[in-house]
Design a protein around this ligand. Structure first.
Ligand code: XLS
Ligand code: MG
Length: 342
C-alpha cells in the first residue's frame, strides 16, 4: 500500500473562465504566479503544454536558454515539471488534426512540435510526453480512412521514440470533444498500440477520470487495467456529471464512491512508488471570483487525501468476509457506512 503521494496540476488549471460561449471573466495570471499558487497549495509538480513552457515565437536557437530560465524559476519556487504535452490542436493548421490530418503539411508540423516538446522536456528534466490526440478523429466518419489513421498514430509514436532513446509517451485517451469521434478512444485502444511500437517499454497511459466516464466506463477499472499492464504512468483526477462536455469538476464532487474506488486502486497497487504523480485536471467554475478561483485545486487535493484515509482505515478483513460469503448486499452497506463517516 502506498499512502505517500506527490501532486501536480497544469498551468491551464488556473484559468480565466472563458468557455465556448463567453469570454474570460477573470484576469490571466502569469506563469510565476501560477507556480507560486500551486506550491502554496501543496503541489510538487507543474504540467505544461509545449507552448506554456516556450512560446512558439521563440526561435529554435533560443529554446535551450529559455528553458534554463524557466527551470530556474520553477526550481526556485520548489516545483518540478511533470510532463510536456505538445499542443497539437489549437493552431488553425491542426483543424483536421495533427498526426492523422489529411494534410501532409499538418502531419509534419505535428511531428516537429513533438520533437520540439521532447527537447523542452529534456531541458526541464522530465522524460514524459503526454499525447492527448485532441483532433485525431473526424467530424464525419467518411473524412478519413481509419486504418490509415491508426498507422499514422503508430508512426507518430515511433518517430518520437526513435527521436530520443529515453523519452516516454503517455497517451491520454478521450472518446469525443472536440471531435465527434476520436481514434483510440480508450485506454485499451492505446495499450494495444503501445505493444506495436518500436519500444513498448516506453509507451503507456495517463488516465483522466472524466474521459473514462465519457466512455461509459468506470475510471477505477480503466486504471486497474493500465496498472495490470504496468503502464499507468499518470492520472488526471476530476469528476463529471454524466455524458456531456468534459466538465473537469472537482475530484469526488459528483460521485464520492467512484472517487474512492479510484483512490483505492491507486493506494492498493502502489501508484506513486515509481515516480508517478497524482495530477488534478480540474477547472474552477466560471462564477468564481478571481481571488478565490483556486479552491477547485485545494478541494480536489483535500478530497483525495481524505479518501486515502478512508482507504487506509477501512476494515479489509470485514470487506473480505463479505466477498468470501458473496454477500454483496452486506458489502454495499458496509461501504456506505464507511463513506458516511467522511
Ligand atoms: C483535455 C485534456 C487536457 C490534457 C492536456 O480534455 O484533459 O487538459 O490533459 O492537454
Ligand atoms: Mg487531462
Amino acid at each position: 500500500m502506498n499512502t505517500e503521494f506527490k501532486f501536480s496540476a497544469g498551468v491551464w488549471n488556473l484559468h480565466t473562465g472563458a468557455d465556448p460561449f463567453g469570454p474570460p471573466v477573470r484576469p490571466e495570471r502569469d506563469f510565476v504566479e501560477k507556480c507560486q499558487i500551486l506550491k502554496k497549495l501543496g503541489f510538487d509538480y507543474v504540467q505544461l503544454h509545449d507552448d506554456d513552457a516556450v512560446p512558439m515565437d521563440v526561435p529554435a536557437s533560443e529554446t535551450a536558454a529559455y528553458c534554463k530560465k524557466l527551470k530556474t524559476i520553477t526550481s526556485d519556487i520548489g516545483l518540478e515539471v511533470e510532463f510536456i504535452a505538445p499542443r497539437i490542436w489549437e493552431d488553425p493548421r491542426f483543424a483536421d488534426g495533427g498526426p492523422t490530418s489529411n494534410s501532409a503539411v499538418s502531419r509534419q508540423l505535428a511531428l516537429d512540435r513533438a520533437k520540439r516538446s521532447v527537447d523542452i522536456a529534456n531541458e526541464l528534466g522530465t522524460d514524459r510526453i503526454v499525447l492527448w490526440p485532441a483532433r485525431e478523429g473526424t467530424y464525419i466518419r467518411e473524412a478519413k480512412d481509419a486504418i490509415t489513421a491508426y498507422q499514422r498514430l503508430l508512426d507518430y509514436c515511433n518517430a518520437i521514440l526513435n527521436f530520443d532513446p529515453k523519452v516516454r509517451i503517455l497517451g491520454e485517451m478521450k472518446p469525443n470533444e472536440p471531435m465527434d469521434l476520436m481514434y483510440l478512444p480508450s485506454t485499451g485502444h492505446m495499450l494495444a498500440l503501445c505493444y506495436q511500437t518500436v519500444d513498448p517499454s516506453r509507451t503507456g497511459v495517463l488516465i483522466e477520470s472524466a474521459h473514462s466516464i465519457l466512455l461509459g466506463l468506470d475510471p477505477s477499472d480503466e486504471m486497474a487495467y493500465a496498472l495490470f499492464h504496468k503502464k499507468l504512468w499518470g492520472v488526471h483526477l476530476n469528476d463529471q456529471n454524466g455524458l456531456k462536455f468534459d466538465q473537469d469538476k472537482t475530484f469526488g464532487s459528483v460521485d464520492l464512491r467512484r472517487a474512492f474506488n479510484q483512490v483505492d486502486v491507486l493506494v492498493r497497487h502502489d501508484f506513486g512508488k515509481n515516480g508517478e504523480v497524482v495530477g488534478l485536471d480540474v477547472k474552477a467554475m466560471r462564477t468564481q471570483a478571481h481571488d478565490i478561483s483556486t479552491k477547485h485545486l485545494s478541494n480536489s487535493k483535500e478530497v483525495f487525501e481524505r479518501l486515502v484515509q478512508l482507504a487506509v482505515s477501512i476494515d479489509r478483513q470485514e470487506w473480505q468476509s463479505y466477498v468470501d460469503a458473496q454477500d454483496y448486499e452486506a458489502l454495499e452497506m458496509f461501504l456506505l457506512r464507511h463513506f458516511l463517516k467522511i
